[in-house]
Design a protein around this ligand. Structure first.
Ligand SMILES: [Zn+2]
Length: 564
């Protein structure tokens, strides 16, 4: 199979065709399931990656990845496709990937929001936050609505000369706009508006309209969901939107998921919970594990890992709620991260900055650095010099400025592939941290003619414990490990129970200290049975963990017995 082009943004039709090709080429490694339909009836595809010949997906620990919940954040889709392709093409060729697919599952939703992506990638695009369902009202609000008014396939900015404008032409580069200083008078000033048309324009008052499609799908999750008066766009109730309902239903029914990455753009940062409260209100052990995993993510991607609450809050006195990663961690104790792909600001050399505060205020020289970087690395399409346009409602305006979609919001096409490639190793690393059940010892010892002693030692070979996190344990979100012996007719259990709770098995993540720390075998558990049955009887042993997989062994009651 040929390598797909990752310097590309896939339309829904192209995505469907690629998934068709993969499912045909790798029938034992990838399965495509429709987990729901969008508001406009487009399928939401979930890809199941595992070697089905070594067991069903649900019998193995899993990692979740998804992308493109926000309509314009199409870089995430290409990133998920890169991850999937890395696994498919590496199976059998790469020892690590072969092991991961033999023993683990990846659930991948390359595009949560096909309706929004359809518009974002159209020849004459529209850029929505999320889906197309009008919310909270059907009609257009008064003010400017983004639109490609001159039909050139780009949605830029409009500038209008106005003595009371808050922008002026930069002294550093005549294309750039600089903010007017507090005491500045006597120059030529402008208002900046999104390229678009005005609803209910009276000739005087210009508002920036809230888009009719006012939903934000990433506020529609069940954790700490809040209504419209407290948080806009969260929908009428948690999981009200079919796209979100589809993934919530799937995740709730797949307790084998331990960790998740959801791909957004932009900023070049790995975000971790909570968004709603400070680190000192989190479980401390979980915080340390989040930091440890995040540190690996940083080493592999080059992106820092920060708490949303501490370092990525849009307003210092407000939090956002009903968000995916908080929901996964708070309700299920999964280690979930939001990856904000792509960072044009960082590419321009502005690396030491506070992510959100930078947007409110930064040295104007930074703007020039970014423009110069774009001139050199993207070309003339990145920043469009201002040109006159006769606007049907506003008269003479100028259009121009950043072609935001493929400069700031997503990488320019030719840099998309390397952005995807730098993020794939973190997914493989997460898969390599999963808990895994193993049989350490399984022996059968004859006691007398037809009594047999069965000795079982189970262990977790993973970094994470079989309960994933303290939060999962406290939430009762994950059942303890169970061992179950199935006896045929004629076999009697003399001691021990058919179903034994083994509790939880630690991994290595609870062993925090890197200085003089000891290593107890708290990743093991033992069970013993005495069975009375004729020699040659065959028993079945299953060991089940929701998060660490399932094992089945056949036990032959023979002097040299044990697992087969
Ligand atoms: Zn986003």
């Amino acid at each position: 199979m040929s390598t797909p082009n990752f310097n590309h943004y896939y339309t829904n039709a192209e995505l469907d065709a690629l998934l068709d090709e993969w499912v045909r080429a790798y029938p034992t490694l990838i399965e495509r399931r429709e987990i729901g339909r969008s508001f406009e009836g487009r399928p939401i595809w979930l890809l199941v990656l595992t070697n089905r010949e070594t067991g069903a997906d649900t019998t193995k620990p899993a990692v979740w990845v998804d992308a493109n919940i926000h309509a314009t954040e199409v870089a995430g889709t290409t990133t998920v496709l890169h991850i999937v392709h890395t696994l498919l093409s590496g199976y059998g060729a790469d020892e690590r990937i072969t092991r991961l697919l033999d023993t683990s599952t990846l659930y991948a939703v390359p595009r949560i929001n096909p309706d929004g992506a359809e518009l974002a990638l159209a020849d004459q695009p529209r850029y929505l936050r999320s889906g197309v369902r009008p919310y909270p009202w059907d009609e257009l609000a008064e003010g400017v609505h983004q639109q490609d008014v001159d039909g050139d396939g780009r949605i830029l900015q409009m500038r209008i000369e106005d003595p009371n404008g808050d922008w002026t032409v930069s002294e550093l580069d005549p294309r750039l706009m600089r903010k007017r200083r507090p005491d500045e008078h006597g120059g030529t000033y402008y208002r900046l508006l999104p390229e678009g048309m005005l609803e209910d324009f009276d000739g005087y008052i210009i508002k920036i309209a809230r888009p009719r499609e006012g939903l934000d799908f990433n506020r529609n999750f069940p954790y700490d969901w809040r209504p419209e008066n407290e948080q806009r766009g969260a929908g009428p109730y948690p999981t009200s939107e079919p796209e979100i309902r589809a993934i919530v239903d799937f995740i709730v029914n797949h307790p084998n998921i331990n960790a998740a990455l959801t791909y957004h753009t932009f900023s070049g940062v790995i975000l971790r919970p909570y968004g709603t409260k400070p680190d000192d209100q989190m479980n401390t052990d979980d915080l340390w594990v989040f930091q440890k995993i995040g540190q690996r993510g940083s080493e592999l991607t080059g992106y820092p890992c920060v708490s949303v609450y501490h370092d990525f809050r849009y307003h210092p006195k407000e939090v956002i709620t009903g968000v995916f990663d908080d929901w996964l961690y708070d309700h299920f104790g999964m280690f979930a991260f939001t990856v904000e792909l792509w960072d044009i600001v960082g590419r321009a050399g502005i690396t030491e900055r506070k992510f959100i505060e930078w947007f409110r205020d930064h040295p104007h020289e930074d703007d020039l650095k970014i423009l110069q970087w774009a001139d050199e690395h993207i070309g003339p399409d990145a920043f469009v010099p201002w040109y006159e346009f006769n606007h049907p409602q506003l008269g003479k305006v100028e259009l121009g400025g950043w072609n935001f979609m493929y400069t700031w919001r997503n990488p320019p096409h030719h840099l998309m592939g390397e952005e995807a490639a730098r993020n794939t190793p973190f997914v493989l690393a997460l898969a390599d941290m999963l808990p895994h059940l193993h049989i350490h010892t399984l022996t059968v010892t004859p006691l007398d003619d037809d009594a047999w002693h069965i000795n079982l030692v189970v262990e977790n070979s993973g970094y994470l414990p079989t309960y994933t996190s303290q939060q999962a344990k406290q939430r009762h979100a994950v059942r303890p490990v169970r061992a179950e012996l199935t006896l045929p007719d004629g076999a009697v259990l003399v001691s021990g129970k058919r179903r034994v709770e083994l509790g939880h098995l630690e991994g290595r993540s609870n062993k925090h200290s890197v200085t003089f720390a000891y290593s107890p075998t708290d990743n093991r558990a033992r069970a013993e049975w005495v069975v009375r049955a004729p020699r040659g009887t065959i028993l079945t042993l299953t060991v089940k963990s929701e998060r660490a997989g399932e094992l089945t062994r056949t036990i032959h009651l023979e002097p040299e017995g044990g697992s087969a």
